[in-house]
Structures are given as structure tokens and as C-alpha cells.
Ligand binder design. Structure first.
Ligand code: ZN
Length: 417
């Protein structure tokens, strides 16, 4: 008997259904035992100790929410999608089970202070997410206990290799459960209104056509609103220069720790949770042990280290003495800033950083080569969104994608820049 074809989701239903009160979706409904078990696993609970937005709370002080609440939120959006009639009738019970698990687990491999940490230690959160599901972990045990192929099927939705592209589209596309939750949640938690859009309208106009998720023409305004919400959130919140400054300071600390380790510096702090990362040989257990509470404790201890650079950077980090920034003009300008830093005794390797942010408001597949176009069902058949929306069409035709080049430096040299 084929388990996948005959599986009945009801068999996994909880006798007593659970709910979490949630600021964004009102309630998160947990109706199945496996979802409840996954939520209570070590790997999911660890996400409570990792912030969703890294250093953004240095600018928007209330955006201290965790990756745990975002993961519950994505699960809830997918659960709501499964109540949309066309998806409810198209998908098998086994596929519904897989996509709910994938939604909950899609960010499980995020490390502490994700971007700066990944940059220095060369680990990749997407790869780690897949490893946490497929290798020996509590979530692997929970999934494989229900069915031996379940870890593989859940992982393939997240890695976008699953044979049913509908499931991939629900979790990861230009208009998916992940983005819908993070825009609404990050906007609410940061206290901004840029990310708000009408999610229930989007879900009401969702349809399945030729094995793909498409939208009714009456949903176009809600989609436009969502695309603009995303664009504004990127520039007003995610790419805010002060958050970037904070991320760079963190990156500098990690870089200094790594350099000191390579040069056999004798740390006063017992940094054993970091050792596997220096060797770039990381097990799932090593990864589960590392979260932001561990690293914040290390930063506090690093202030007392004999190495002046590490001590100074850690002090700056904990007390929000962030780097200042300005527009990066050209190579000469950059050289001048580095020379000025050196003249003041700041090693440019740890005190000067540049970065460029770029955001494409709508990815048209002709430009990116990706088949991730949002499609709209009209009287004349299926059309790509830019053909139906004048606003999105104008965005696609404009090649003036916004770019931002900045250079970051210690505030002590600001007057000479
Ligand atoms: Zn996510």
C-alpha cells in the first residue's frame, strides 16, 4: 500500500487542539500532533533565542521578535492557504502534511546574528536547514517516526526540488507564506506601517491553474500593495544604514576572534561553543548549541580580553557605539578613509567597511531568468502580472534599480572624512 496516497491527515489530529495568541494573525492554530511535537523540539525552541531582524532593533527598538514567532507565523499562513478551496481539493493529505512541516521548519538552520556570522564563518543557513531535517536531530526523529520518507519530502520543499511545484510556490516564491508573514510581522514589530497589505484578500483571490498558484484579476490591487509594501520595508527597515553599521561591527568582532584563534592567541574566555566553527567542521549538535544568548555572553567576556581590538569592538557593540557612515564616492575616497583610520591607530581590517545594497522591486523572469513570475487569471487566459498591472509594468520597464553604497568608520575620525 502506498503510504503517501492513502495517508489521512485526520489520523494525526490532536484531541485537544492548541492555539498561540499572535500579534499578527490573532491566533496560530495547531491541529496536528506532529506540528505540536516539532514546535517543542530543541531545534525550534532554539529559534526563540535568535532575533528575526538581527541588528534592526538598534534602530527600531521594538523589533526584538524571534525567528520562532516568524516560523509559527509562516506555518499559520500556509495552514490558512490550505483552507482555500482550490488548494484544499487539489492537494493530497500527505502533501498538506509535508507543506505545513516545511513552513514551520523553513528557517530552522539560521544561526545567531545570521548575516555577519555567516560571512565570517562561511556557513550557509539554507544548507544547515536541510542538514537539520535530514541528519540526526530531534526534528528528524519526529518526522521519520511518522513516515521514513517524511524528512526527505519536507526538505525537498525547502530546497525547491520537490516534484510538486505547487508546494514549493506556497513556501517560497515572489508571493509566498514566508514573505507574507515577515512583511506583516516585521512591520508590526518595528512600529512602521510600510509592510502592511491585505493578506486575506490575497488568499481569497488565490487559485490553482495548470498545477500553479495564480491570482484572480480582482486581486491585482492587493498584489500591487504587497509589492510596494515589500519595496518600502527593504529601504525603510531592512537596509537601514544604522542596522548595517551594527551588522558590520558584529562582523568585525567575529573576524577578530577568528584571526586571533588562527594566530594561537590564548583566550581568557572559554569559547568552546565557537571552536567547531573555526574548524569549519560543524555537526548539527554544534549548531543547535549556538544561539545569540551564548554569543552575547561571549561579547561581555571579550571586554576583559587582553587583545585591545577585541575588547574595544565588544565594548562598542554592547554599548551601541556604532560606526558612522557616509556615501562611498570612489576608490580614492575609500583610500583616504582607510589612511585616516590608520593614522588614528585603527586597523582598517577591523574598523573600515563598505557595503552596497540593491533591491529589485519586482523580479520579471525575462530579467532574472527565474520562473517566479506572479501570474493573473484573466478572461483572456493566464497573464504575467506586469501585463495586468500598470504599476508593476512601470517598475519592470524602469532600469533605475535603487542602489546604495556606503562606507562605515569609527566616529572618532568623522571630522576628517
Ligand atoms: Zn522565513
Amino acid at each position: 500500500m502506498d503510504f503517501k496516497k492513502t495517508y489521512i491527515l485526520k489520523s494525526n489530529e490532536l484531541k485537544e487542539k492548541k492555539v498561540f495568541r499572535d500579534a499578527v494573525h490573532d491566533y496560530i492554530h495547531v491541529n496536528h500532533l506532529i506540528i505540536w511535537q516539532l514546535i517543542n523540539s530543541e531545534q525550534m525552541q532554539r529559534l526563540r533565542r535568535i532575533k528575526q531582524l538581527g541588528g534592526t532593533y538598534q534602530v527600531f527598538p521594538t523589533s526584538e521578535h524571534s525567528r520562532f514567532t516568524h516560523s509559527l507565523g509562516v506555518y499559520e499562513v500556509i495552514r490558512k492557504m490550505l483552507e482555500v478551496e482550490c488548494l484544499k481539493t487539489t492537494l493530497s493529505d500527505y502533501d498538506k502534511l509535508c507543506v505545513m512541516c516545511a513552513a514551520l521548519l523553513h528557517d530552522i538552520g539560521h544561526g545567531p546574528f545570521s548575516h555577519s556570522f555567516e560571512y565570517v564563518f562561511h556557513n550557509n543557513h539554507e544548507e544547515m536547514t536541510i542538514r537539520m531535517i535530514l541528519e540526526d536531530s530531534e526534528i528528524h526523529q519526529i518526522l521519520s517516526h511518522l513516515y521514513f520518507d517524511l524528512p526527505k519530502d519536507v526538505a525537498s520543499i525547502i530546497s525547491k526540488t520537490h516534484s510538486n511545484s505547487l508546494l514549493i510556490q506556497m513556501v517560497s516564491s515572489q508571493l509566498d507564506g514566508d514573505r507574507m508573514d515577515y512583511l506583516l510581522r516585521d512591520s508590526y514589530m518595528s512600529g512602521t506601517t510600510y509592510g502592511h497589505f491585505d493578506m486575506s484578500r490575497l488568499l481569497r483571490t488565490m487559485r490553482v491553474y495548470n498545477g500553479k498558484i495564480v491570482f484572480k484579476e480582482s486581486g491585482v490591487h492587493a498584489i500591487e500593495n504587497y509589492i510596494l509594501a515589500r519595496y518600502h520595508m527593504y529601504w525603510q527597515v531592512y537596509y537601514h544604514p544604522v542596522s548595517r553599521s551594527y551588522e558590520h561591527l558584529l562582523g568585525c568582532i567575529f573576524l577578530r576572534v577568528k584571526d586571533l584563534y588562527i594566530h594561537h592567541y590564548s583566550f581568557k574566555t572559554n569559547i568552546h561553543y565557537l571552536l567547531p566553527f573555526f574548524k569549519e567542521d560543524i555537526s548539527v549538535a554544534d549548531y543547535t548549541n549556538l544561539d545569540e544568548s551564548v554569543l552575547e555572553y561571549y561579547f561581555r567576556e571579550f571586554i576583559n580580553e587582553d587583545d585591545e581590538i577585541l575588547s574595544d569592538l565588544s565594548y562598542r557593540f554592547l554599548n551601541r557605539h556604532l560606526f558612522k557612515y557616509c556615501e562611498l564616492i570612489d576608490e580614492n575616497h575609500f583610500k583616504h578613509i582607510k589612511d585616516t583610520a590608520s593614522n588614528h591607530g585603527f586597523d582598517p581590517r577591523y574598523y573600515i567597511f563598505t557595503d552596497t545594497q540593491k533591491q529589485v522591486p519586482y523580479k520579471h523572469y525575462h530579467i532574472t531568468g527565474e520562473l517566479s513570475e506572479i501570474e493573473v487569471l484573466t478572461d483572456k487566459g493566464l497573464k504575467p502580472l506586469p501585463q495586468v498591472s500598470e504599476i508593476v509594468d512601470a517598475i519592470v520597464k524602469s532600469d533605475r534599480y535603487k542602489e546604495d553604497h556606503k562606507v562605515f568608520f569609527p566616529k572618532e575620525i568623522r571630522d576628517e572624512i
